[in-house]
Ligand binder design. Structure first.
Ligand code: GLU
Length: 283
């Protein structure tokens, strides 16, 4: 068993991160497995070295440890590019130049009263750029989307995965409902090469992750990850989505919730056990 905690260094770690990291590392300990850390700094416009240092510092303070070297997404552009080249050559990607505004306008154009579906990444892409002429070489500096309709012939009718966390059990999604409710996911962004969905499945596979531990807000993205694993011939991990830590108003914590930053609690004299207790765990 091998699991990981994969934060993005875009702000201070808060109680929700502490819960995620402790959940993953405690699972590894109870199962005699291994806990890895991965720095998801693919979005270089938001990642900061300072926040990365804070991640190491806060996690060590919580008593966590992990093998070195830590995998950092910013050093993996070549690996992601190779996967994109492969999918491009297989005709499964297309370039998309739509802005958020374009997508909103196209999706809300009168369509026999059909409401646009909101998928894991927002409005399901209406397919505006899908039929545009393709170049032989994969274009760069543009968004690339997975042509799910084309990929269908390579996919089983049911996309399946095993959930070990919140509402555990064998899960599945009909590929036809994936077309309707997920659509053509963005796999490369113009500003940062690979997008999250592509990077995460490649990294989990390369790190030999067998149990993906993360917040339940990412559960809707899991069918996309399973689809990519099948198309790229990657192993299938199990998933452990955990509950989210929320504030008094029931809102999930975000990076800007500095008041609940681990370092704030540290400065105020709280101990690692106090943090664990606050999120419903014990050390
Ligand atoms: N980097 C993501 C985050 O900070 C986590 C992605 C994942 O665990 O799959 O929310």
């Amino acid at each position: 068993m091998r699991t990981r905690f994969a934060p993005s260094p875009t702000g201070p770690l808060h109680l929700g991160h502490a819960f995620s990291a402790l959940t993953a590392s405690q699972l590894a300990v109870t199962q005699g497995g291994e806990f890895l850390l991965r720095i998801e700094d693919i979005d270089q416009s938001r990642a900061r070295a300072h926040w990365e240092d804070c991640i190491y510092d806060d996690l060590h303070w919580l008593g966590l440890d992990w093998p070195s070297p830590v995998l950092r997404q910013s050093s993996r552009a070549d690996v992601y590019a190779a996967a994109l080249d492969r999918l491009w050559e297989e005709g499964l990607l297309y370039a998309c130049s739509c802005s958020r505004r374009d997508i909103k306008d196209a999706a809300s154009a009168p369509q026999e009263g059909v409401e646009p579906h909101i998928g894991p990444d927002g409005i399901v892409y209406p397919g505006t750029c899908r039929g545009k002429p393709r170049s032989k070489m994969r274009p760069t500096g543009t968004a690339l989307r997975l042509d799910l309709n084309k990929a269908m012939s390579r996919l089983p009718e049911q996309i399946e995965w095993r959930e070990l966390g919140v509402s555990a059990g064998q899960k599945s999604m009909d590929i036809k409902s994936a077309l309707r409710t997920i659509g053509d996911a963005v796999l490369a962004r113009p500003d940062m090469g690979a997008a999250y969905h592509l990077a995460v499945v490649i990294d989990d596979a390369d790190q030999g992750i067998t149990v993906v531990v993360r917040g339940e807000d990412l559960q809707p993205a899991t069918p996309i990850h399973r689809i990519l694993q099948i198309l790229l011939g990657l192993p299938e991990p199990e998933y452990h989505h955990h509950r989210l830590i929320r504030d008094e108003a029931g809102k999930r914590l975000a990076k800007r919730d500095d008041a609940r930053a681990i370092r704030k609690f540290r400065e105020e004299g709280f101990s690692p056990s106090d943090i664990a207790r606050m999120v419903g765990l014990s050390l």
